[in-house]
Design a protein around this ligand. Structure first.
Ligand code: GTP
Ligand code: MG
Length: 219
């Protein structure tokens, strides 16, 4: 009974996510669903990405948090359209929340929409929102055991960003083990090692993202 209810919820979400996707396709908007544990660096990566790509692409951001507007305020401060979803306790954003947020954004002419999910390594991976790609961040202080413990997130994502590489000298993070375990779960996972603090590795991420946007626009 419980399993059937969960399946119904996921099926209903899938239909709404598909409607969102149809809208994004029509408007040629490349959409990223950005996920990680709390504090791994999602908003920091969004800020860096905006600074690097805003002259080339029109970017909009949806911020998902249980409560508060600090992340949307950080993005608005950069002059980028941003809308905050407060989930009021839910540990993820879903298709319906995105659908309800869209009228608050001027989507005309937007090339890239980044949806920062609620900080959580579990539930966000289960809910589609109509994205082109799920991108997840694992930060070095979290430990290399996370792919094995939270496999769905790594399985569902197209990209794993290993952030806070600048902290490697201070944390016991087995980089090779993290990558090996994640690739065993998802051999297609594209991996970037970077630091939003000192900027190392960011160029490769910008380049991948630009390529994705370009090939989406002109398939
Ligand atoms: N040392 C270091 N700190 C970082 C790096 N990236 C982000 N931080 C710091 O990590 C903290 C959390 O960063 P955020 O970007 O707010 O993380 P988040 O994933 O958006 O957090 P939530 O939205 O609360 O889940 C902040 O103090 C950042 O300055 C990095 O590459 N290196
Ligand atoms: Mg954030």
């Amino acid at each position: 009974m419980k399993v059937a209810v969960v399946k119904n919820v996921l099926d209903a979400n899938e239909r709404i996510a598909q409607d969102n996707r149809t809208l994004f396709d029509k408007q040629k908007i490349f959409v990223i669903n950005l996920m990680s544990s709390p504090g791994a660096g999602k908003t920091s990566l969004v800020e860096k990405t905006i600074s690097a790509l805003k002259d080339r692409y029109r970017i909009a951001v949806i911020e998902g948090d249980i409560q508060d507007t600090q992340d949307a305020d950080r993005i608005s401060a950069l002059g980028i359209p941003a809308v905050q979803i407060n989930t009021g306790g839910a540990c993820h954003i879903d298709g319906n929340m995105i659908r309800e947020a869209l009228p608050s954004l001027e989507l005309e002419g937007i090339d890239l929409l980044i949806a920062e999910n609620v900080g959580n390594l579990v539930c966000p991976a289960e809910f589609k929102i109509g994205e082109n790609a799920k991108v997840m961040i694992l930060s070095t202080p979290e430990g290399a055991d996370k792919p094995a413990k939270y496999p769905l997130m790594f399985q569902e994502s197209a990209v794993m960003i290993i952030n806070k590489m600048d902290l490697m000298p201070y944390v016991d993070f087995d980089l090779e083990r993290a990558k090996r375990t994640a690739l065993a779960i998802n051999p297609n996972l594209k991996i970037f090692e970077l630091s939003c603090k000192n900027g190392e590795g960011l160029e490769a991420w910008y380049s991948w993202l630009s390529d994705q946007i370009e090939s989406f626009r002109t398939p």
